[in-house]
Design a protein around this ligand. Structure first.
Ligand SMILES: [Zn+2]
Ligand SMILES: [Zn+2]
Length: 223
């Protein structure tokens, strides 16, 4: 992986770069971002004039809102996978810069979805992103959550199975005093994991929880 950075080359198109940036300007400009109407709660793309997606209309979420940079496909997906499997710090810095655009006012702490103890083989993308977001914003990062048990990967599960899979699987490491928390993860899929994490934080006494992720799966895409 070192060869990808020295000499600096674009992580996406392999073009040599004048600066040690992770991707070139053209690829950065070409990343697909969410631009249109979004569900005010979970950040899913919705038709213009609609406030809530179907899911959020029927089911309250424990977090204030969730926002992702763009859909989990194309260049953004390649960058997230590079972070996870290559542990590229330069990618974490770059993605944290994009995530920071949706940062809520007055956040007190940055937290991240904890890694599953059974999956230590990969880099922990959520933690890398949270660390860079903290560095960039000056908002302290806290290791606020832990997993109470290992859970199988969510990938092949239905929405209902995902919920059962992670139910009660997270707990706060300490009591909160109403601090407003930004919860970071790499990809938002159905929101069950971040919902469990947010609920655990609120139960422990933390204040409003907002969720920021690098990418989000959208209806019709495979994850
Ligand atoms: Zn490029
Ligand atoms: Zn929604």
């Amino acid at each position: 992986m070192v060869a990808l950075l020295y000499p600096p080359r674009c992580f996406l198109c392999d073009k040599p770069l004048p600066e040690p940036d992770p991707i070139c300007e053209e690829c950065a400009d070409g990343l697909e971002r969410f631009r249109g109407a979004l569900c005010v709660v979970c950040g899913a793309p919705v038709p213009p004039g609609i406030d809530l997606c179907r899911g959020c209309a029927v089911e309250p979420r424990p977090f204030a809102y969730a926002r992702a940079v763009g859909p989990y496909r194309g260049g953004l997906r390649t960058l997230v996978l590079g972070l996870k499997y290559g542990g590229e710090y330069a990618l974490a810095r770059f993605l944290a810069g994009l995530i920071a655009e949706a940062l809520p006012e007055g956040a007190d702490l940055i937290a991240y979805v904890p890694r599953d103890p059974a999956r230590r083989r990969h880099h922990h993308a959520a933690e890398l992103l949270a660390r860079e977001l903290s560095r960039r914003t000056g908002i302290p990062m806290g290791q606020l959550l832990r997993k109470t048990r290992s859970t199988p990967p969510q990938v092949s599960l239905t929405h209902e199975e995902r919920r059962e899979n992670v139910q009660g699987a997270f707990a706060a490491r300490r009591k909160g005093k109403g601090e407003r928390v930004v919860l970071v993860d790499d990809v938002y899929t159905t929101g069950t994991t971040v919902s469990e994490c947010a609920a655990a934080l609120i139960e422990a006494g933390f204040g409003e929880v907002s969720v920021l992720t690098a990418a989000r799966t959208v209806a019709g895409d495979e994850d």
